[in-house]
Design a protein. Sequence first.
Length: 101
Amino acid sequence: MLHSNKHDLIVAYQQEYDDTLHRTTPFSTEAVAAVERHIAAFDRLLETAGKYWSGKRWGAVFLPDHGARLDAATGKGEHSLDIPEDMEIKHFWRFSFPSTT
C-alpha cells in the first residue's frame, strides 16, 4: 500500500491490547505481548515508509487513545474514568524532512 504513494493519510487501528487488558490485566503476559506486537507493527510501518518514501516529507505517529488500570472490583483491566491512569498517555512519532539542497 505505501509503495503506491497514493495516500495523504493512512490510519491503522489496533484493538488487541484493549481486548486483552479487559480479559486479563493491563500488565499480564498476554497484554504485554499484545503491546509488543503493536510496537513491532509500527516499526514495520516506519521501515516501509522509509524505504518507499525516501526523499519525501512524511510523518508517522503512535497514538494510544487511553491509559489503563486494574479495576479492584473485577480484577481485570479498565479505562473508563477521568483519572491520570486512564487519561495520561505517551505518544511517539517519527518525521522525515529530507534536505532540499
